[in-house]
Design a protein. Structure first.
Length: 220
């Protein structure tokens, strides 16, 4: 006789927390997320169904497999993962656990989810993020995005936080945490004066070289 685990029938979908990298499709028409560990090869949408990362035909989550979405019960536990070097550019997600799930001591493994809120950390310079910009890596067909302030976007492919939320759809809310520094300022008067002086010096040098060539003549 097999021991059957108790079944839960909650009146509301359980809430969980996880971290992920925001992604943008190659054609720029879809936004979503990709995981930081086992499921990182399979980007997912705001409302999506888990698939087995090993390509097996069973439905996730299977008790004899690691497939399915994963999340933890406590927000603080997920936030702690953002302290590691490899996860500094990830965002914090608050999700609704949908469909079949398996409860563990620290979290859930489950079949479907809805991402309700994405919280974006500061830009790498310390300023509050105003956009999600190309992070310089990705998955096949998807560019990974990272938090960026207006001064650090610098022509990279990017979306404002509101534009990312609209593109992702399904009522996603995207928030930015406070920054730890002011946005980088543009060059001041002294910096511009120094640049002008350098350009003038280079121009004077070119003019002197042209004058020497004229003095030597065509036979020089």
């Amino acid at each position: 006789m097999r021991l059957r685990l108790p079944e839960e029938r909650p009146t509301e979908p359980p809430t969980g927390y996880k971290i992920a990298h925001p992604v943008l499709s190659q054609d720029g028409t879809r936004a979503g997320f990709t995981g930081v560990s086992l499921g990182g090869a399979l980007p997912y949408g705001v409302l999506d169904e888990a698939r087995c990362v090993y390509g097996r035909r069973h439905r996730a989550p299977h008790r004899r497999c690691d497939c399915g979405f994963h999340c933890v019960h406590e927000r603080a536990t997920a936030e702690a993962l953002l302290c590691t070097a490899e996860h500094r550019s990830a965002v914090l997600l608050e999700v609704s656990v949908l469909g079949t799930y398996i409860r563990f001591e620290r979290g859930f493994r489950y079949a479907r989810q809805r991402v309700r809120t994405a919280t974006v950390g500061p830009c790498a310079c310390g300023a509050v993020a105003s956009a999600l910009a190309d992070a310089g890596w990705g998955r096949p067909g998807h560019r990974a995005l990272t938090a960026a302030c207006a001064g650090c976007v610098r022509g990279r492919t990017s979306l404002s936080l509101a534009a990312f939320a609209r593109l992702a759809g399904e009522g996603l809310r995207v928030r930015a945490t406070p920054g730890t520094a002011d946005p980088p300022a543009g060059p001041g008067v002294s910096e511009l004066a120094a640049e002008a002086a350098l350009l003038q010096a280079r121009l004077d040098w070119f003019q002197s070289q042209l004058a020497r060539l004229d003095e030597r003549g065509p036979q020089g």
